[in-house]
Write a protein that binds this ligand. Structure first.
Ligand code: 5GP
Length: 199
């Protein structure tokens, strides 16, 4: 399906552990017209994660084949050897359903999507209160090894330096306050014809 000018996209981006998944879930509960964009990924599924719900879990060969066939809107090697990407077919599936996809993706991927669809994308950067707090949140989640925790923390500092590329920056020092700010931004975006660019 060719891209339609009214096919909107919402991106929630942030360093890992900044709270973007909680804000994404909140928005999906608040707005029935939003639909989670399921990414493709080559990492293995965590306990409780389901194929086709949390991610389309692919082998590296399958992922590479899809890159060659130009099936991704964007893809990144988010962590060493692990690919993540947004499939065109996933956005089209959601648009065909007359809904707005919500992408929970990393900073580089978010910049790429925004560059491709500048007039119809609302990008929200969720800023953690500090790198120390981020480290604490990631440790308490208990899904990381010491090595992968350090990789995520290093990447976070780098990603925060890109925050001004996004249309909306929301500080997540209190989750309910951050959710309210995100809700307002989405409400306004859903009502608008498109993005009004800064002069
Ligand atoms: P996790 O392994 O914790 O599920 O996700 C790791 C990171 O990959 C998160 O920052 C997440 O937002 C990001 N991510 C998930 N899907 C995509 C995607 O399709 N593209 C990009 N660029 N990043 C993604």
């Amino acid at each position: 399906m060719p891209f339609q000018p009214n096919n909107k996209i919402i991106i929630i981006t942030a360093p890992s552990g900044a709270g973007k998944t909680s804000i994404t879930r909140f928005l999906l509960r608040e707005f029935p017209q939003l639909s989670f964009s399921v990414s493709a990924a080559t990492r293995s599924a965590r306990t409780n994660e389901k194929n086709g719900v949390d991610y389309y879990f692919l082998s590296t060969d399958d992922f590479t084949r899809k890159i060659q066939h130009n099936e991704f809107v964007e893809w990144e090697m988010v962590y060493e050897g692990k690919y993540y990407g947004t499939l065109r077919s996933e956005l089209e599936r959601i648009w065909n359903n007359h809904q707005v996809p919500v992408l929970d993706i990393d900073v580089k991927g978010a910049i790429h999507v925004q560059q491709q669809y500048p007039d119809t994308t609302l990008s929200i950067f969720v800023e953690p209160p500090s790198v120390e707090e981020l480290k604490r949140r990631l440790s308490s989640r208990g899904t990381e090894t010491e090595e992968s925790l350090q990789a995520r923390v290093n990447k976070a500092s780098y990603e925060i330096s890109f925050k001004h590329h996004f249309r909306k920056i929301i500080l997540n020092d209190q989750l309910d306050k951050a959710c309210r700010a995100a809700k307002e931004a989405v409400q306004e975006f859903l009502k608008a014809e498109g993005i009004r660019h800064k002069a």
